[in-house]
Write a protein that binds this ligand. Structure first.
Ligand SMILES: [Zn+2]
Ligand SMILES: [Zn+2]
Length: 480
């Protein structure tokens, strides 16, 4: 480990990795460049924004049996939110990156890239490229700005530095084409993962996060709409794209000063089956309903999507259509071949057939979301089906996502949210209680016995009385 003195304040600045070229002084935030022994002051890099990530400099873990330590971080911001790139030093001397976007993690390492790549401007979302390990599909393309940093980093970066990146996926595999240095991209490949899989140690716990942020991670907070003053429930650092339920203003709450992105138009109150702020008990966990939106296809058919969140960090969408309810989860592992134009795709070796292809437009939204949402936002949806399960690819110019939906019974949704039974009871045989059935049987028995009654009064009455007695005993037993 190399330790140098900060040219600005004199404090010791450590370089643990040979691959690091700069480090941020912990004390005065000066960025210190390590170049062939010479140390230069490159100006300051902003303090990172509190994002409630459990990862910190010093966190360790394992990827494919290789131990790593987190030694640096850059925080990047783009139109739909913010994410962290944590710089990893492996025990064997290698280095890599851990991408951390609101609890979704990817690990990558730089790899040599064959030549002949299109310019950043010509990379299209949904297009497929051969990265030397099969065809990968472009999932998003974004220009992001560095808003803060910490620790050691393998390239020179300062406030306002721009990252131009395209992410690609293939099954569980993940890759980034980084065009930040010009038209020849740098390739990073790896896969999606979780903190549990990486066996992470020295994570920040809830208390540590509260100490630095004044709040617990994953707790729904209220923010006053900067436009109209109404309270809006949101998740700091996790779901900070807000649409005010009262005035429809779009708000970016990723920074300490919530910023109004667009003023809203007051619309008539939109009736919803489930309400913002409702809590559902699912399994052993409480899920908070933090966002709701209505979407519309070109035929005018409308449906509602509710965003649910558990403080454990998982999100899912509950979708209400004319045909019932669906639970929908965004997929971290993509189906193959992963292109929405394919007639068939496969996930975990199960084939799904393409069924629908339609445009969807957000007609109304309110609450907090973990992605950029606004009325008028359009995506193209392609659905694939196998039995009751459907996979859907949603795509616009910036992003392609895959989700999997399974049906949820009406009763189930009511049980989760403790909603009363619907006002009109369903008719038909299935609605009959066991007691109703017993009464029917009793009447049927009386009717049947009325015929022999005419011929053999005494015997029939004895058996009839015994039968009625048995039935009423069972009524009483039921009441207990
Ligand atoms: Zn310093
Ligand atoms: Zn408002």
């Amino acid at each position: 480990m190399l330790s140098v003195s900060c040219p600005s304040c004199g404090a010791p600045v450590a370089f643990r990795s040979h691959a690091s070229v700069m480090a941020v002084c912990e004390f005065c935030r000066t960025t210190v460049h390590k170049d062939a022994g010479a140390v230069q002051d490159l100006g300051r890099l902003s303090e990172v924004l509190e994002d409630y990530s459990p990862i910190q400099i010093g966190t360790s873990g394992k990827v494919g049996g290789r131990g790593f330590t987190v030694i640096g971080r850059i925080q990047l911001r783009y139109a739909a939110g913010m994410w962290n790139e944590w710089y990893l030093m492996y025990d064997d001397g290698g280095s890599g990156w851990l991408g951390d976007a609101s609890g979704q993690y990817t690990v990558t390492t730089a790899r040599p890239l064959p030549s002949g790549w299109p310019d950043f401007e010509r990379v299209r979302v949904g297009a497929q490229y051969d990265l030397g390990a099969g065809l990968f599909t472009v999932s998003d393309r974004r220009v992001a700005t560095c808003v803060g940093g910490q620790g050691e980093l393998p390239f020179r970066v300062g406030d306002g530095w721009q990252a131009r990146v395209a992410d690609l996926r293939r099954g569980p595999a993940f890759a980034t084409l980084d065009y930040s240095d010009g038209d020849t991209p740098v390739l990073y490949t790896g896969f999606a993962t979780t903190l549990g899989t990486m066996q992470c140690q020295l994570l920040r716990d809830d208390e540590a996060i509260k100490a630095s942020a004044g709040r617990y991670r994953g707790k729904v907070q209220a923010l006053q709409c900067p436009s109209c003053g109404s309270p809006i429930g949101y998740l700091p650092g996790m779901a900070a794209n807000l649409v005010c339920p009262a005035c429809a203003a779009r708000i970016d709450a990723a920074t300490p000063q919530a910023e109004v992105l667009a003023a809203g138009e007051r619309a008539a109150r939109v009736p919803l089956t489930l309400t913002l702020g409702a809590v559902a008990r699912i399994g052993n966990q409480d899920y908070h309903l933090i966002g709701a939106m209505k979407r519309l296809d070109d035929d005018g058919e409308e449906w509602t999507e509710y965003l649910l969140y558990t403080p454990r960090g998982q999100f899912f969408w509950l979708v209400e259509t004319g045909e019932g309810w669906w639970r929908s989860e965004v997929l971290d592992e993509w189906p193959e071949p992963g292109t929405p134009a394919a007639p068939k795709v496969a996930l975990h070796n199960i084939a799904y057939e393409r069924t629908l292809d339609y445009p969807a437009r957000v007609s109304w939204a309110a609450g907090a979301f973990n992605w950029k949402v606004a009325a008028g936002e359009r995506v193209r949806v392609r659905e694939f089906e196998r039995g009751q399960t459907s996979l859907a690819a949603e795509m616009n110019d910036e992003e392609l996502t895959w989700s999997r939906s399974t049906p949820v019974a009406d009763d189930q949704v009511r049980a989760w949210f403790k909603l009363p039974a619907p006002p009109t009871a369903p008719r038909g045989k299935s609605a009959m209680s066991p007691n109703d059935l017993r009464w029917r049987f009793l009447l049927w028995m009386l009717g049947l016995n009325a015929v022999p009654l005419l011929f053999n009064f005494f015997d029939t009455v004895v058996w009839l009385a015994a039968g009625i007695f048995a039935l009423f005993i069972s009524f009483d037993a039921k009441k207990d």
